[in-house]
Write a protein that binds this ligand. Structure first.
Ligand SMILES: N[C@@H](CCC(=O)N[C@@H](CS)C(=O)NCC(=O)O)C(=O)O
Length: 217
């Protein structure tokens, strides 16, 4: 049995959980409190971060490494077979990581200029994605891929943001909006978080001494 060491709000953990579910691999989830990291976790996590995937006596870290390991060992494939297409997918997964970094700043910075810069950066990246998307419903058309597993947790933030503040990130981007809806409806995506995830994220946002928190009603 594989064990996914997790944190309830972590989008990188969700990537691994989605890939595991899409491949039908049973796993246990072990949550840690990142605000008070237990000693056993500090001992096995070289960067002090989740996710970790425990595979027998080995501990894998870094979500990209974990999903590539799953890709190497478990069917069905979630990357395209053709090398150039596969490289393109990996590159857009990297954009997904930079979007998560922008989202983190939007959530936490007390500085309005930094907030505005990252909100604009998010808009720019999703605008570029609009021109990459085809007929959908997913990044690669009919086929769910690891790129989808990376973007689903990023889109999930906006389910909470949209209730609280208008960032305008997706306005005039119909393909991105349709992609977002398709991912939200996918069972592996729904099951990647706890039932009260949205309430937990909202509570996290309100706890920040951030420019965003100051805008929330
Ligand atoms: N590059 C890492 C990022 C993982 C990451 O940032 N995890 C956060 C939670 S979402 C974490 O564990 N933070 C704890 C810390 O930095 O102390 C990955 O892709 O796995």
């Amino acid at each position: 049995m594989l064990t996914l060491v997790s944190f309830d709000l972590c989008p990188y953990v969700q990537r691994a959980a989605i890939a595991l579910a899409e491949k039908g691999v049973p796993f246990e989830r072990r949550d840690v409190d990142l605000g008070n990291k237990p000693d056993w976790f500090k001992a096995i996590s070289p960067l002090g971060k989740v996710p970790l995937l425990q595979v027998d006596d080995e501990v894998l870290f870094e979500s990209a490494v974990i999903v590539e390991y799953l890709e190497d060992t478990q069917a069905p494939p979630l990357h395209p077979a053709e090398p150039l297409a596969r490289a393109r997918h990996r590159a857009w997964m990297e954009v997904g990581s930079s979007i998560l970094a922008d989202i983190w700043t939007v959530e936490t910075t007390p500085d309005r200029a930094a907030f505005d810069a990252k909100a604009a950066s998010l808009r720019d990246k999703f605008q570029r994605l609009e021109s990459q998307l085809g007929k959908g419903p997913y990044f690669d058309g009919e086929r769910f891929s690891l790129v989808d597993a990376v973007f689903a947790p990023a889109f999930r933030y906006f389910d909470v943001f949209d209730r609280l503040i208008d960032l305008g990130t997706f306005s005039g981007l119909p393909k991105v909006q349709a992609w977002r809806r398709a991912l939200a409806a996918r069972l592996s995506v729904k099951d990647a978080v706890v039932a009260d995830y949205e309430a937990r994220l909202e509570a996290f946002l309100r706890r920040q001494r951030s420019w965003l928190a100051g805008r929330l009603g």
